[in-house]
Design a protein. Structure first.
Lengths: 231, 415
C-alpha cells in the first residue's frame, strides 16, 4: 500500500489578475520507507508539491492522500494535528527555536505538539541526539552551532515523534557540499534504522543522485521518474 | 504548561532592553496609581473625618424644608417634642447608630458691649455632642480643655469672632436673638474658649448649652432644629439612610408628605464635591495606567510577532496547534503584566511604608499639622493588579491571534 498517492495534482496561484500554474496535473505514488527526491530547477514546483503532501497547502484540483488520508480536506486545526502526528519537517534555513538548546529544540514536538510523559521524552530525545551525533552539543543554542549541526538537530526534531514521513525542502541548500552530503547520509541512515519515509527536494545534481527514487519536475510537470539501486 | 511559560520567559528575555523598558513602564504606572490611591484616599478620609467628627456628624435629621432654608436658620421649621420623640425612638432601634445629638440652631447678635457681630449659634447637649463629634473638643484654642464641652452660661466662640472682637476665655459677652414670634431677648455668657474653624477662616459657628438656647429663644416647649448622628461604620451611611427612611416614612406632614428629611454629610458639606473630584482623578489615573499598559504591551507583542514570523511558520508547520501558538504569545503578554504588577505593587507598598515612617504633615483650612498617613486596602491592590493583568492579556490578544492564524507557508517565506 502506497504511503503517498497524488492524482492529477494541480496548484495554480492567483497573482493579481493572472493565474500562475505551479503544479500541472502531477501523478505519483511513494512507498513506505523510501528515500525520495523531487528535483528540478527553481520554480519547477518542487516546494509546492512538498507543501501539498505536508498539508501546508491545498491543491487547486486533483487529490493527494497521505497514509490513506485526504490531506486536502483537512481544516487548519486538523491538518496541524495530522502533521504533528505523522509528518516531520526539515527546512532549508533550519528554523530552530533560537532561545532553546539543541536538546530542547528536539524535545519541542513532544511537549508542544504531542504530550509525552517526561521520562519517555527524555529517553527519546537522548536516543535521537545520539543517533544524529549531537550528544555533546545538547546544551548549545542554535547560534552556537554550525549549519551542519543545526540541520542534524532539525533531522532529530523531525524524527523525534516517530513520524512516518519526513519532508525536507532543500535541506542542503545552505550547506557546503561535504556537510550536505553528510546530512543526506544521516537522513538515509535514519530511514534505514527507523523505516521512516524521507521526501526531499533539491536542485543540486550531486545530492539528487543520493535518492533512491527521483521525480523530476519542470514548469510544474512531472517529466521523469527514476529509480536507482543503493546499497 | 511549564514549558510554555519557560518558552514565553525566554522569548521575552530575547529582547532584554525592550522587555525591561515595557516592564518599567508598567511598574511605574502601577506604583503611581497605588500611591495616588493611597495618598488621595488618606487625604480624603482625613478631611471627611475632620468634617464629620468635628462639625456635621455622619447624618442629620431635619424637619422637611429646613435644609433648603438653612441660611436663615428658620425657627418655625424646628421639630416639636412629639416629632422629636418619635424620631428618637426610630433612631434608637437602628443598631448602626453609635450616638445622636439634638441641636437648636439660630442666628444671633454677639456683643462684647462695645462691638457687635452676627453669629450662628448651636444649642447643644454637651455630652451627646461630644459623643457625636469626638474632634470638637480638640478645636478649643484656649480656656478649660477638660470636663464637659461647656456648662450652662458658657459659650464657645469661633476664633474669627474672638479675634475680631478681641475677646478671650473668661470674658463676659451677650447674645441677642429674635424668637419665632418676633420678640427680642438677650442673655449674657462667659466665654469658655475660642473655637478653631473646621473648614476655613469663614467659620462663624458658636456653641451654647441647649437649655440656654431654649431660654434665649423663650421656647414654650423643647424644640429641636436637627438631630446629628454618628454611625459605628461611616461606610454604612447609605444603608442606614435607607433603613431610617423606611422607619420614618410614616411621619407625614399636613400635605401628606414625609415630615422629616435625612441628610448624609455628603449632602450637607461642599467637601463632598472635592471628595468626588478625588474619585474622578483616581479614575482618570487608572485610565492612564490602562492606556500605558495597553499601548506598551501591544507594541511589544506586535513587534514580537513581526520579528518571529518565520519561527511561527516553523512551529506551525511541525504541527503546533493554533491554540498553543495563541497561548504562547498570550503567555508572554501575561508574564509582562504579572511581573510589572508584582514589582509595581511591592514598590508602592515600600513607598507607602516609608511615607508612614517619615510622618509627613500638612495643613487644611485652619487645621495645622495634619498627619498624612497613606494606606491602601487589599481590595485596591487586587483591583489594580487584576486590571493591569487583564489589560496585558487584552493587549496581547490581537498579536497572538494573528500569530495563531498565520499561514505556515507565507510565514516560512517571510524575509
Amino acid at each position: 500500500m502506497s504511503l503517498i498517492r497524488a492524482t492529477n495534482l494541480t496548484k495554480t496561484y492567483r497573482v493579481g489578475d493572472v493565474d500562475v500554474p505551479a503544479v500541472r496535473g502531477v501523478d505519483f505514488t511513494i512507498e513506505p520507507a523510501s528515500f525520495v527526491a523531487f528535483v528540478g530547477p527553481s520554480g519547477s514546483g518542487k516546494s509546492t508539491v512538498l507543501n501539498m503532501i505536508g498539508c501546508l497547502d491545498h491543491p487547486t484540483s486533483g487529490a493527494v492522500s497521505v497514509l490513506d488520508t485526504d490531506v486536502a480536506a483537512l481544516d487548519r486545526s486538523a491538518s496541524a494535528a495530522f502533521r504533528g502526528k505523522n509528518i516531520g519537517f526539515i527546512f532549508q534555513d533550519f528554523n530552530l527555536i533560537p532561545v532553546f538548546t539543541a536538546y530542547e529544540n528536539i524535545e519541542y514536538p513532544l511537549i508542544m505538539v504531542q504530550n509525552w510523559p517526561p521520562a519517555k521524552r527524555r529517553d527519546q530525545v537522548r536516543a535521537l541526539l545520539q543517533a544524529v551525533g549531537m550528544t555533546d552539543q545538547a546544551d548549545k543554542r542554535p547560534d552556537q552551532l554550525s549549519g551542519g549541526q543545526k540541520q542534524r538537530v532539525a533531522v532529530a526534531r523531525a524524527l523525534v515523534a516517530h513520524s512516518k514521513l519526513v519532508l525536507a525542502d532543500e535541506p542542503t541548500a545552505n550547506l557546503d557540499h561535504d556537510t550536505a552530503y553528510r546530512i543526506i547520509e544521516l537522513m538515509r541512515k535514519m530511514r534505514d534504522e527507523l523505516g521512516t519515509t524521507f521526501v526531499f527536494s533539491t536542485h543540486d545534481p550531486k545530492i539528487m543522485r543520493e535518492a533512491e527514487v527521483t521525480f523530476t519536475l519542470e514548469d510544474g510537470r512531472l517529466i521523469n521518474h527514476g529509480e536507482a539501486a543503493h546499497g | 504548561m511549564a514549558k510554555l511559560v519557560q518558552l514565553a520567559a525566554r522569548n521575552l528575555m530575547r529582547y532584554r532592553r525592550r522587555t525591561l523598558l515595557t516592564s518599567l513602564l508598567i511598574i511605574m504606572g502601577v506604583a503611581a496609581v497605588l500611591l495616588f490611591v493611597a495618598i488621595s484616599g488618606s487625604f480624603k478620609q482625613m478631611m471627611i473625618g475632620q468634617i464629620t467628627d468635628s462639625m456635621l456628624g455622619h447624618m442629620q435629621v431635619h424637619r422637611r424644608g429646613y435644609v433648603a432654608s438653612i441660611e436663615s436658620l428658620p425657627l418655625n421649621l424646628n421639630m416639636p417634642p412629639s416629632l422629636v420623640g418619635r424620631i428618637k425612638q426610630a433612631l434608637d432601634h437602628e443598631p448602626a447608630i453609635a450616638a445622636t445629638a439634638p441641636r437648636v440652631k439660630f442666628g444671633a447678635m454677639f456683643s462684647n458691649f462695645t462691638e457687635t457681630t452676627s453669629l450662628r449659634v448651636n444649642g447643644i447637649e454637651p455630652a451627646a455632642e461630644a459623643a457625636v463629634l469626638p474632634l470638637l473638643a480638640g478645636r478649643q484654642l484656649d480656656g478649660a480643655r477638660g470636663g464637659p464641652l461647656l456648662k450652662r452660661g458658657e459659650i464657645l466662640v469661633p476664633v474669627l469672632v474672638s479675634r475680631g472682637l478681641k475677646v478671650k476665655a473668661g470674658d463676659t459677652v451677650v447674645l441677642v436673638a429674635t424668637n419665632k414670634d418676633g420678640s427680642v431677648n438677650g442673655k449674657t455668657f462667659v466665654i469658655r474658649a475660642a473655637l478653631e474653624s473646621a473648614t476655613g477662616p469663614g467659620g462663624r459657628d458658636g456653641y451654647i448649652h441647649i437649655e440656654d438656647a431654649r431660654e434665649l429663644l423663650r421656647m414654650s416647649q423643647p424644640e429641636v432644629s436637627e438631630i446629628a448622628m454618628r454611625l459605628k461604620d461611616p461606610a454604612q451611611v447609605d444603608r442606614v439612610s435607607a433603613n431610617l427612611e423606611a422607619a420614618l416614612s410614616d411621619m407625614k406632614n399636613k400635605e401628606g408628605r414625609s415630615a422629616v428629611e435625612l441628610h448624609s454629610w455628603e449632602r450637607l458639606s461642599p467637601f463632598a464635591n472635592i471628595a468626588r473630584m478625588i474619585d474622578v482623578l483616581t479614575l482618570a489615573i487608572k485610565i492612564m495606567l490602562v492606556s500605558i499598559v495597553l499601548v506598551s504591551v501591544m507594541n511589544v507583542m506586535v513587534m514580537a510577532v513581526y520579528e518571529r514570523i518565520r519561527e511561527i511558520g516553523a512551529i506551525a508547520a511541525i504541527g503546533t496547534p493554533p491554540r498553543r501558538i495563541l497561548a504562547l504569545f498570550l503567555s508572554e503578554g501575561l508574564m509582562l503584566g504579572i511581573v510589572g504588577t508584582v514589582v509595581g505593587v511591592v514598590l508602592s507598598l515600600g513607598i507607602i511604608y516609608a511615607l508612614n515612617v517619615w510622618k509627613i504633615t500638612f495643613s487644611f483650612g485652619q487645621q495645622q499639622g495634619l498627619l498624612l498617613a497613606p494606606s491602601i486596602t487589599l481590595q485596591d491592590v487586587i483591583t489594580t493588579a487584576i486590571m493591569v493583568v487583564a489589560v496585558a492579556i487584552l493587549a496581547s490578544l490581537q498579536p497572538a491571534w494573528k500569530a495563531s492564524r498565520m499561514d505556515p507557508i507565507a510565514a516560512l517565506r517571510h524575509v
